[in-house]
Design a protein. Structure first.
Length: 193
């Protein structure tokens, strides 16, 4: 089963939750389907390579969370990224589970939350001299934010995340670690009655 089929199955599972009788967005049996998309293009003397090629990066991070208890959810996410600069290309895929707790009740106008999870990463590169052609590893993350419903089944999430990555190349020695702190905004589908 390839990644597209896996994501389609997860989305179909989430859409069936509309048939159940949840009272509000973080009730038992409700689901969140969301994601972020970003595109960057960097150039000039600071970012261009020796042939004056711009560095472009496209990233997509869809996820789904299902509430197994009021306010407590489990789910999974995918992180897809593609970076190109001239003939050099780095593609990465991260897949893994996550858990979260969302504060709120039927009368809430916003839902603060925190979550945590792990993603298993695989990166491949072509024509890149500074990175191994196959890199694998893990990304452990912790997030916090607030979900603000805009309409009955659509919301906007404002969040911050801390990532601790540990990656190892196929042809290199010990693994390399690093961390990332990010803030972002995304659209979320609220699947409940």
């Amino acid at each position: 089963m390839n990644l597209k089929h896996f994501f389609l199955i997860i989305c179909c599972f989430g859409l069936t939750e509309l048939l159940f009788c949840q009272e509000y967005a973080v009730d038992k049996g409700a689901s969140f389907v969301g994601g972020n998309v970003s595109f960057t293009s960097q150039g000039g003397d600071l970012f261009a390579d020796e042939e004056n090629n711009r560095a472009t990066t496209f990233t997509m991070t869809p996820s789904i969370n299902h509430f197994i208890l009021k306010n407590f959810c489990i789910g999974g996410g995918i992180a897809l990224s593609s970076q190109t600069q001239g003939r050099a290309r780095i593609n990465s895929v991260g897949v893994g589970p996550q858990i979260g707790y969302v504060f709120g009740k039927p009368s809430s106008t916003a839902f603060p939350y925190f979550d945590a999870g792990v993603r298993y990463y695989s990166m491949t590169s072509d024509n890149v001299s500074y990175i191994d052609s196959n890199v694998n590893g893990t990304d452990i993350f912790f997030g916090f934010g607030v979900l603000v419903p805009l309409k009955s089944h659509v919301g906007m999430a404002f969040e911050g995340e801390y990532h601790r990555m540990d990656l190892k190349g196929q042809n290199t020695g010990p693994s390399t670690s690093g961390d990332i702190f990010s803030i972002g905004i995304g659209i979320v589908g609220l699947l409940y009655k």
